[in-house]
Structure formats: C-alpha cells, structure tokens
Design a binder for this molecule. Structure first.
Ligand SMILES: C[S@@+](CC[C@H](N)C(=O)[O-])C[C@H]1O[C@@H](n2cnc3c(N)ncnc32)[C@H](O)[C@@H]1O
Length: 235
C-alpha cells in the first residue's frame, strides 16, 4: 500500500463535508438506512465493552471525532484525538467547539509517530490498522507500550479478513468514486502483532452477528478486540 495515496484519499474525504452526512465522512457508509443502522448497532456493541465515564481516552485515527464525541457525551474525563488528515482535524475541532466539548483535544499527527506522554484508561483504535503497513503498525504498537494505566485497555475496531489476509491496492471504488487502499489482516494476525509488543487479547468478536445486513462482503468482517498490556512478549 502506498501511504501517500491513503492520506490523499482521507484528505479529499474531508472536502466532502457539504455533500455527505457528518458520520459518513469517516465511516464511508453512504446509504442513509445502513448509516443509521451502523451508528446504532456499533454503539450498542462498543459501549457494552467499554464505559467511557470518568476515563481518560486516547483515540487514534480519530477521523472527524465521531467516537470522541460519543465518549465525551458518555462522561469521559478527557479525550485526546489523533488524526493525520488536516481537513478532518479542522472538522473535529469545529465540532468540539460547537458541542462545547472542551475536554476533547485534536492533534494533527500520524498515529504511529504521535508522542504519547501520559497513561490512558482506554486507547481506542478504530478503523486505523487497515490503513497501516506492517512497519507502521509495528511502530504504532511500539509507541503504545507503557501508555496504559494499571487497569487500562486497548480497544481495536477494525475490518478483518475472514480466511486469508488480503490487500486492496489503489483500487477504483464506484461507491466511493475514488481509488481506495486497505489491508485486511486476520484476527489471528492482530493477536500475533499485539502479542509481539507485550499485549494480550482478552476477547475478540465480530461487530455484527452473521446474517446482519452490514456484513456486506463474504471476505471481511468488522471486528472488535480488547487487549491489555502484560509486558510479556510473544513469539
Ligand atoms: C475509517 S476512518 C476511522 C475514523 C474513526 N476512528 C472512526 O472509527 O470513525 C480512518 C481514519 O484514519 C485516519 N488515518 C489513516 N492513516 C493514519 C495514520 N497513519 N495516522 C493517523 N490517522 C490515520 C484517516 O485519515 C481516517 O480519518
């Protein structure tokens, strides 16, 4: 995957603010019924796994801050939102001002080189790893070490491959009217990558049950993982 093309794709997405519903800018769902279902069913799953109340949260690859705003609305103590697309950061900052959400701060940076200088209760990484090469994913995981409080956890929400990993490399998508790249790793590969950097997977599940209309492609499933840091590095 070509990082610069991925960045260009996301930067251009932010220019569509006048044409698309707020949520669909970052989550790429443009059908209004599916968008509503996605927002509802994802929140019900994610918030059955994590309670943002009074937590400090690092949101990596935060997009326009849609999850950051949800954490804020559920009483998070603070949310630091890191995003590489300037257009998304600008939209997120304006959204924080209009919501009077002063405990959310946006940082314009690559997630893998963002300097984490405090410990968080929750590190949320949603829809980011699919856009990272293995080298960048490793750099990010190295960066995450020693960044959790003693009871802290990393929650990853990402597209995964059902059987074999595969890559979309600058493929034209009619639906998005743009060239698109993403890499789908298997859940086992996520566990292996995290284990190599001292994180243990406590649970992982598909976001949507089989038969759900948002399981659109047989090859991929949106997946949720919960990791804790043990410091013990896997093989
Ligand atoms: C699918 S969106 C997910 C946004 C948000 N986390 C959510 O779940 O709605 C992926 C986001 O990751 C950002 N991104 C891609 N590569 C990145 C990187 N290396 N560092 C930080 N952000 C990145 C994109 O700009 C985009 O906003």
């Amino acid at each position: 995957m070509d990082e610069s093309k991925i960045k260009k794709f996301w930067e251009a997405r932010g220019q569509k603010i006048q044409d698309l519903p707020f949520e669909s800018l970052a989550n790429l769902e443009e059908d209004p019924n599916n968008l509503e279902l996605k927002i509802k069913d994802e929140q019900s799953k994610v918030f059955s796994w994590l309670d943002p109340y009074d937590k400090s949260i690092l949101d990596l690859g935060a997009g326009i801050g849609q999850w950051a705003f949800r954490f804020h609305d559920r009483g998070a103590k603070k949310v630091d939102a890191v995003e590489c697309s300037k257009s998304f950061v600008d939209i997120g900052r304006a959204g924080a001002v209009s919501r009077n959400a002063s405990s959310i701060e946006f940082f314009h940076s690559d997630a893998q080189s963002y300097n984490i200088n405090e410990k968080y209760d929750i590190i949320f990484v949603s829809g980011l790893f699919v856009y990272l090469t293995d080298d960048n994913a490793k750099q990010l995981l190295r960066n995450l070490s020693n960044s959790l409080t003693s009871t802290g956890k990393v929650v990853v929400r990402d597209g995964t491959a059902v059987v074999n990993a595969y890559e979309l490399n600058n493929v034209y998508s009619e639906h998005l009217d743009a060239h698109y790249s993403a890499t789908y790793r298997t859940p086992e590969r996520y566990k292996e990558l995290f284990s190599n950097f001292g994180f243990q997977c406590l649970r992982n599940e598909n976001m949507f049950a089989e038969g759900h209309p948002l399981n659109k492609y047989p090859e991929t499933r949106l997946h949720l993982f919960e990791f804790v840091e043990t410091g013990s590095v896997g093989n």
